[in-house]
Design a binder for this molecule. Structure first.
Ligand SMILES: NC(=O)c1ccc[n+]([C@@H]2O[C@H](COP(=O)([O-])OP(=O)(O)OC[C@H]3O[C@@H](n4cnc5c(N)ncnc54)[C@H](OP(=O)(O)O)[C@@H]3O)[C@@H](O)[C@H]2O)c1
Length: 290
């Protein structure tokens, strides 16, 4: 199959590039905004035609959650209108669209892990634009898997793990919110799950929403404490409340995602959050060239 990856230089796209290196069965085309701007309708059409695309994995997104509050038009274009363009091209070319969405589509007032069928009620511009993108794909008539994930991190780009490790080198103590609960996701584990879905389904008809994170439920405070421990940093982490750390965009207080559906579908073991965190930090701290 011919697989197109958009936004390939981000966290998830980079992990998919690693997986593709060991895949001799498919032909992969990796693009980012400099080679394929997903908002550019004609460029997307050309790309589908040239590469004869069977599967499109959309890793491109506007992911600056707080900045989105001031740039709602741009966030809407990238997170909602562009996925619709991809969906229309998938429909026209009988291709499967694999799109990634977020736990921020939920309001966070829940008390038990969110199911794929639970109603969305986003509380931020980012969450609203991502929910809008999901809906446009579902209404397009194309074949799709939409995978909602949360608290994504990897060895590349900007993320919570890298920020904490950096603060661990420069600060004696930091304050981290302890009243927001969710579960982190190592981008490599998500990339593996996406590849598994492709192996299982090919580009056959599909109209499914899935939730994928690592296993477990923790707060940002728990996460920061574990990062300092595993990373060998002597930085004290103090628990604080969301009120003590105001941000422009509202975050869900509880956004644990139920993983039953993807586990049943893929028959995959999903690693516990701490196990994957250890692997990512090991990768980050590995001497260059080793
Ligand atoms: N990060 C998280 O914590 C998190 C949590 C839940 C869900 N998600 C979702 O997971 C997916 C992957 O996230 P990620 O963390 O891997 O994202 P990321 O690291 O921010 O990567 C996104 C990539 O898309 C590119 N891009 C932006 N606009 C584009 C355009 N118009 N056309 C083509 N490429 C464009 C970005 O380029 P520039 O860097 O040059 O803008 C970047 O390389 C996204 O759908 C995101 O919403 C992320």
């Amino acid at each position: 199959m011919n697989i197109l990856v958009t936004g390939c230089n981000g966290q998830l796209g980079t992990e998919l590039q690693k997986i593709a290196k060991d895949d001799n069965n498919n032909h992969w085309a990796f693009t980012d905004v400099d080679t394929l701007d997903i908002c550019d309708k004609e460029a997307v059409e050309r790309c589908f035609a040239i590469h004869n695309i069977d599967v499109c994995i959309n890793c491109a997104a506007y992911t600056a959650v707080d900045k989105a509050e001031d740039e709602s038009k741009l966030a809407e274009r990238i997170n909602a209108l562009a996925p619709q363009i991809l969906a229309e091209n998938c429909l026209k070319n009988n291709a499967l669209l694999i799109h990634v969405s977020t736990d921020y589509v939920f309001d966070g007032n829940g008390k038990k892990p969110y199911l794929e069928t639970d109603p969305v009620n986003p509380q931020s511009v980012y969450g609203r634009t991502k929910a809008d993108g999901e809906q446009r794909i579902q209404q397009s008539g194309c074949n799709y898997f939409i995978i909602r994930t949360a608290w994504l991190y990897s060895a590349v780009g900007k993320n919570f793990v890298k920020t904490m490790l950096m603060l661990g080198d420069t600060k004696d103590e930091i304050n981290v919110v302890a009243d927001q609960k969710g579960c982190p996701t190592w981008a490599y584990d998500l990339a593996r799950a996406i590849f598994r879905l492709i192996e299982l389904n090919g580009n056959n008809p599909a109209h499914e929403m899935f939730h994928f994170t690592n296993e477990g439920q923790i707060t940002w405070y728990d996460f920061a404490t574990a990062i300092m421990e595993i990373g060998g940093k002597h930085c004290k982490v103090n628990p604080i409340t969301t009120d003590q750390y105001p941000t422009k965009a509202k975050r869900p207080a509880y956004s644990v995602l139920d993983l039953s559906k993807i586990k049943n579908y893929t028959r995959m073991e999903i690693p516990d959050w701490r196990e994957s965190l250890e692997k990512c930090i090991e990768e980050l701290q590995r001497p260059e060239g080793a």
